[in-house]
Design a binder for this molecule. Structure first.
Ligand code: APR
Length: 245
């Protein structure tokens, strides 16, 4: 196992344009369940019924019920040593940016300054009827779904649902980062949701080294991963930083 840490540390030390791609797994030790592990969110809620834009249009009240339960968990969550380790790598000048699929804001709370929110965030609320947009904190998100101040329709959070486009700015910035990366740390993602899952492949095609940190192997591991470090990110990422000195 030490050999993997040494190899990963060497890749990081020699990199000039390293990026990270993170998924729900990096926030599990902050108390936020991921989606596809045993006991994950999609085991309890059918993602098409609860996380597709068409379902939201049909029955927004039902979708807000899931959002309120997730918001309760997210609002209580604190960043964990894995988020802190990535922030430290940025501070050391070794991490250019994080592309995250998460909407929990924990990378920012840990001090990371360049975070591309690939699946949006919860900071804004949008009206699908009259296109009005609001800051999330203009409403108390508790119990009753927020309604548009102009037309009264139930608002949608700016998190990206299945069936929605990735925000254009996030798409362009992530593509540029992936194309210029010489190393990618992939942390806590099953890498099954496209187009986020294409990011490590884009970098690999241009010669980037891929370091993958997960509690289990994924579809990336045998295909493109150069170094796989098995374990909980809250332990393995801080451990990896020890090999950097
Ligand atoms: N440390 C490292 N990895 C972990 C940990 C941990 N403590 N706990 C779980 N994992 C790994 C799991 O093994 C899994 O590979 O994190 C990954 C989580 O995968 P998913 O639950 O599929 O989450 P993610 O990859 O982020 O999903 C992508 O799918 O549902 C949509 O929009 C949602 O952004 C999400 C996207």
């Amino acid at each position: 196992m030490n050999e993997n840490y040494e190899k990963a540390a060497e890749i990081i030390v020699n990199s000039k344009q390293m990026i990270a791609l993170t998924g729900a797994g990096i926030s599990v030790e902050s108390g936020i369940p991921d989606f596809r592990s045993p006991g994950g969110l999609w085991e309890k809620f059918d993602p098409i019924e609860f996380a597709h834009i068409d379902s939201f249009r049909k029955n927004p009240k039902k979708i807000w019920k899931l959002f309120f339960s997730m918001l309760d968990i997210i609002n209580k969550a604190k960043f964990n040593p894995a988020h802190a380790a990535l922030a430290k790598l940025e501070e050391m000048g070794k991490l250019k940016a994080i592309i995250t699929q998460n909407i929990d804001n924990l990378h920012q709370e840990a001090g990371s300054s360049r975070v591309v929110e690939y699946h949006g965030n919860m900071s804004r609320l949008e009206c699908l009827n009259c296109n009005s947009s609001y800051k999330g904190d203009e409403f108390t998100l508790k119990g009753t779904p927020p309604e548009c101040k102009k037309c009264g329709k139930i608002l949608k959070p700016s998190a990206i649902f299945f069936g929605e486009m990735i925000p254009q700015d996030a798409l362009i910035e992530s593509q540029e980062l992936a194309e210029s990366a010489d190393a990618v740390i992939v942390v806590g993602t099953s890498a099954v949701v496209y187009p986020a899952s294409s990011i490590p492949h884009t970098a690999k095609k241009r010669g980037a080294k891929i370091i993958e940190m997960n509690i289990e192997k994924t579809g990336l591991t045998t295909l493109i991963t150069d170094v796989f470090i098995e374990g909980k990110a809250g332990k393995t990422l801080p451990e990896l930083l020890k090999y950097m000195n």
